[in-house]
Write a protein that binds this ligand. Sequence first.
Ligand code: ADP
Length: 507
Amino acid sequence: IISSQSSSGLNIVHIAAEMAPVVKVGGLGDVVTGLCKALQRRGHLVEVILPKYDCMQIGEIDNLQILDVVIESYFDGHLFKNKIWFGTIEGLPVYFIEPLHPAQFFLRGNVYGVHDDFKRFSYFSRAALEFICQFGKKPDIIHCHDWQTAFIPPLYWELYAVVGFNFAKICFTCHNFEYQGTAHASELASCGLGIRRLHRADRMMDNLNHDRINLVKGAIVFSNIVTTVSPTYADEVRTAQGGHGLHDTLNLHSLKFTGIVNGIDTETWNPFTDPFLRFHYNADDLHGKDDNKDAIRKYINLSTKNPSQPLVACITRLVPQKGVHLIRHAIYRTLELGGQFILLGSSPIIHIQREFEDIANQFQNHPNIRLVLKYDNALSHFIYAASDMFVMPSIFEPCGLTQMIAMRYGSVPIVRNTGGLNDSVFDVDDDAIPAQLKNGFTFSKADELGLNNALERAFHLYTSNKDGWLQLVKKNMRTDFSWNSSSVQYEKLYLQTVARTTNSEFR
Ligand code: ADP
């Protein structure tokens, strides 16, 4: 067990609902692992607290064991016992909380999407804080992520700091302002928060529906540091158009709010060592990339006749944010342009899943189109490695990891320039952009014409200037998308906050 005092750096606890590769639904899982590893490399003591889900990839946890402690936590007027498990994930110490509550909150077979998600994560947030206090931990920073752990900032200042557990500063990162965790105000009480104190316009009252409380708003109000995952997205969410109702709150608290672009975990995402690939390659020798392209075409039964027929990929959750109508259009347009398309994606929204199932059936044995409508991590690695181009026509995109992974694997991104895409993809044909930054194809208007234009320019370079294309691929593969510089920005914020404020002050 990691001693609370064993590091000369900061003592940082991350509390989250996901952590790759053990429990991952989207980018949040990648970010928690990638950022924590980078902070650990910088000499900090970094620990993570997760729920103990039944649906975790338990084989990815080293030395998983039950600790000889029982932590009691409050919920709905009673105290419940929690078992605490401990193990390491990619070298990071991780505590798992298993509630001994009759509702069996984390034995549901799914990470999210259960009718009582609000209750499940409110229980978890309270139990995680109880664990920190009862286990004698004294973190300098408690870093929570998204609405599932946004209960923690108000809980910490309202219930814990006031009775002397005031050693920590709170950092909250919102990975997507579309998901805010709202509920009827009465639901706040389950974890012990005071409705009358918090259901107020300047605290947790939802800005759009005044009967409800809003967890992300509460976390903005009650945290010392609030971040989101790219500078452009941080600007967008401060406008009425992009703020999902929280722009006024963010503007009021703008001094503690900033956007830091995510990195990718360059150990996990490395085409030279990737255990999911049969053929490895790097920017000096791309033969392995060609071999992967040939192999995937055989694997998913696409035509292998023409090795230089461009292979376009898209790997995504199929939700409106990702521009599903433009993804659909990209499939048909790629076909018209003479390319091949592979989509790996699935949708939590039934009518979207059905729509794509229909398209998948339409192209069932087609030599140039394949839709794989599921979540498949191993296949995602194979597709990044095999593809020449990667489409991401997002309507909004807080950061986006897939465009960076694609570049690391030599697949050139074609993206709409919004949010984090605007901070990471720079158009090859834009004379205003310095040559060393140019790395992909972008478009502005979220319509078919915009996408067509970017896609056609990519096809044109690919087919008419092989050498230019290869130079672009190699340059992208050599770009540093690691967490190195972004973790330094988080570290700076942590250090400034630890040094600055008095313990009882969260603003
Ligand atoms: P978001 O968090 O909005 O889903 P990101 O681009 O930040 O989008 O991160 C998505 C992550 O999930 C990437 O690591 C991507 O490879 C992975 N991913 C998305 N869809 C699938 C899928 N169907 N199968 C495997 N991995 C997927």
